[in-house]
Design a protein around this ligand. Structure first.
Ligand code: ADP
Ligand code: MG
Length: 726
């Protein structure tokens, strides 16, 4: 009898490289073809309608209803010329993924069919809010929520559907998605950063965030994927013995890209280009089957929207190539997991990167101002920032020896560290002789000579400065990056407001601008010293050292979520206008709920696989063994004991693991039941994260031992070595 695994292996061996998407001419000739960008808007609508969009983009609001009909007609005309039949609002609910509800353009009136798309349909759709995670913000009797077009993100075409990037809010105005707080945090950050940037250049009127999101992912053959219920349902393997060879030879990173994969990459890049996504790099990652792509950075909203879109495109294109893309942070035990490094910087509307050291002392003072404000923000809210990336799936990766540690720190590189040490060592108030007072201009003039220092890289830091930006490495590969960036934006906004207030206070006391700024930089550096760490983030010493410094680490995800409810977090979001206390509470509920539900699904799948796949295979093999032992006894008499020693040994071992497996699965079911009876969601999540999770580890251990004992022919699930492309 052929197992599903054997059939899957045979199927997968037939999958060959191929190209399935047409590219007509050079990339430049089709780049952005499927986006209704500003250039097309200008062509398809009147000047007042176009100006209304520009105004909404500039001011971060919605478009004036008066011109909505005209904009909708323009969009419809363009979309239909491109072959579209449907439209949808595309939004980013708290599930962390995207949601869409397609509506046809076509409608009937008096038996006559015609295509219609009104301004109201463009501006607003009404999905049932109670069917999305809402953390109690929606009662089912008033379940309406609505999605509204976010004009700062252009509409685009995907599979014959006009997609309209949208926000998702409740009828009473609470945010039910990831986009709203992110847009609000960008506004708060712009205001705060502008107040500091104008100290150096009065012409600055706004500050935006630039984001470059590197995307790591795994690829698995779809036949093999289909033969593993855990991959299909959870996106990760809940059991599976490590392969004899995986990443220990370090030969995958930057290695030759397998031809099937390279064909897939070229195809999804083509589709991404058509959607205006400027992908610039592709390479193998450290683990087998692991790859990475990165776009050129853009403003944060575009970068995040495009990253969500890119994940959709990659999944769709993969189907044609008989691949499944795994965005899960840890699909396989024992090898590296995947992240979504978030490269983050600040730029003024005058075109200056505020995190780039400049060519003059004053520019460096500006750089130090922003840098020290980020440091203080990360120091003050270190646990909140770390918790912003905490999901069940990312928790399998964080704190491992290949992933960012579960405690926050900032890596600055040796050059900057020396500059900081120098600034911190001079006490401006302590100079008895005023002529000895440190000259800020002289102090910072040393920086340009030795900068930018790009060679100094530390891959073990969760938050590293890389020459002109910070790289937040702890973000998980499957996450909506907005979940982390809105928190980063908000804490930095708070810090910059404090920075400006401190400088103002010093200047009011008669200090000149240079001294006031340098003193504030020094204060900020001194306050945040404890979050600066240049060493190995994976080491045991750092675990101890960070504890000594009072930095909190995430040891348990539901425990970490509590940081959202701390007064300083609630006040932070409220004061900066990013989330109301009720919205924070709702998000806290949703995080716990999602954690529980995902773990519940994993535990169920695990139980099913063990009872219905693993144990039957093990028992089948025991039958073979016992028949052979019995036969030997009949033929050889007592001598069978020596002859069948190994078979009998294997039989006993299998019995041992089958017995512990079945009793642990039973205990797992009981632990889940017990947790499910707990009303309080945070307490339930805590039980899941401890008792349920601990039992899952025990179950896995027995199942993985059985994989090593049972006849290969009988093993039902594709093994790690088979899932990894050779
Ligand atoms: P590395 O492997 O060195 O981290 P990658 O090329 O994989 O580099 O990714 C770097 C990412 O950072 C790219 O998306 C790039 O566009 C982005 N990036 C570069 N400069 C900035 C900046 N000033 N602000 C934000 N992102 C940036
Ligand atoms: Mg990187």
């Amino acid at each position: 009898m052929a197992t599903q695994r054997m059939m899957a292996l045979e199927d997968s061996s037939k999958h060959a490289p191929g190209r399935f998407y047409e590219q007509d001419g050079p990339v430049s000739s089709y780049f952005g073809k499927n986006v209704f960008d500003l250039k097309k808007m200008r062509r398809y609508m009147s000047a007042p309608a176009y100006d209304a969009i520009l105004k909404a983009r500039r001011e971060g609001g919605s478009v004036d209803r008066g011109v909505a009909n005209e904009i909708a007609t323009a969009m419809k005309t363009w979309a239909m010329e491109m072959g579209a039949t449907h439209y949808t609002h595309l939004f980013q609910p708290l599930t962390g993924t995207t949601a869409e509800k397609h509506e046809a353009f076509v409608t009937l009136k008096d038996g006559q069919a015609f295509e219609k798309f009104s301004g109201t349909a463009l501006v607003q759709q009404e999905p049932d809010a109670s069917s999305f995670p809402n953390g109690g913000l929606r009662n089912t009797f008033e379940a309406r929520g609505y999605s509204a077009w976010d004009p700062s993100s252009p509409a685009f075409l995907l599979d014959g559907t006009l997609c309209i990037p949208s926000v998702f809010v409740s009828y009473t105005g609470e945010a039910l998605d990831m986009k709203v707080p992110n847009l609000k945090s960008l506004q708060a950050l712009s205001r705060a950063a502008t107040s500091v940037a104008t100290l150096f250049n009065p012409d600055v009127t706004s500050v935006g965030v630039n984001c470059g999101l590197e995307q790591e992912y795994f690829l698995v053959d779809d036949s093999l994927f289909d033969a593993r219920p855990d991959l299909r349902i959870c996106g990760r393997t809940v059991i599976g013995h490590t392969a004899a060879r995986d990443q220990q030879l370090s030969d995958h990173y930057f290695g030759e890209i397998p031809s099937r994969v390279s064909a897939f990459m070229k195809d999804f890049e083509t589709e991404a280009y058509k959607l205006g996504i400027e992908l610039s790099t592709r390479h193998n990652e450290v683990a087998p089957n692991q790859f990475e792509c990165a776009p050129v950075f853009s403003d944060a909203t575009t970068a995040i929207d495009q990253n969500m879109l890119l994940m959709i495109v990659m999944k769709k294109v993969a189907e044609k190539h008989h691949f499944k893309v795994l965005f899960h942070e840890k699909p396989f035990d024992g090898i590296n997991g995947s992240g979504k490094h978030c490269n983050w910087s600040l730029r003024t509307d005058t075109g200056v990167n505020l995190l780039s050291p400049g060519s003059t002392p004053m520019k460096n003072l500006r750089f130090l101002s922003f840098y020290s404000a980020v440091l203080k923000a990360v120091y003050k809210h270190n646990l909140l920032l770390m918790t912003s990336v905490c999901t069940l799936s990312n928790s399998y990766r964080l704190g491992g020896h290949e992933a960012p540690p579960a405690v926050m720190s900032v890596f600055s590189g040796s050059t900057l560290s020396k500059v900081f040490a120098n600034i911190m060592s001079v006490d401006p108030d302590n100079s008895e002789d005023p002529s000895m007072k440190p000259d800020p201009i002289r102090m910072v003039s040393v920086i340009p000579e030795i900068f930018p220092d790009n060679t100094d890289r530390n891959r073990t830091s969760p938050f590293a400065f890389t020459g002109n930006r910070f790289e937040f490495r702890a973000v998980g590969s499957s996450m909506n990056a907005a979940a982390a960036t809105y928190i980063l934006n908000t804490i930095v906004a708070e810090s910059l407001l404090e920075f400006r207030a401190d400088v103002d206070a010093l200047m009011a006391k008669g200090e000149d601008l240079g001294s006031a700024v340098l003193q504030t930089v020094r204060d900020f550096l001194l306050t945040s010293k404890d979050v600066m760490f240049e060493g190995n983030g994976y080491s045991r010493e750092w675990q101890e050292e960070s504890r000594r410094r009072g930095l909190e680490s995430v040891t348990n995800v539901p425990d970490a979520y509590k940081v959202y409810l701390r007064k300083e977090s609630v006040d932070l979001f409220k004061n900066l206008g990013v989330l109301t206390p009720a919205e924070v509470e709702a998000r806290y509920e949703v995080l716990n709920e999602t954690y529980v539900k995902k773990l519940q699904i994993e535990a169920r799948v695990m139980g099913d696989i063990c009872l219905n796949h693993v144990i039957p295979a093990a028992v089948l093999y025991q039958n073979t063994l016992i028949k052979s032992i019995q036969g030997a006894k009949e033929v050889f008499g007592d001598e069978y004991k020596t002859l069948c020693r190994s078979d009998m040994d294997t039989f006993r071992k299998i019995s041992h693991f089958v017995n512990s497996l079945s009793s642990d699965v039973e205990a797992l079911v009981e632990a889940r039941k017990k947790a499910n009876r707990v009303e309080d969601i945070a307490k339930r999540a805590k039980l899941y994260s401890t008792e349920v999770k601990d039992l899952m580890e025990k179950v896995r251990d027995s199942a993985d031992h059985l994989e090593m004992l049972v006849d290969d022919e009988l093993w039902p699930l594709p093994k790690y070595r088979e899932l990894f492309l050779s």
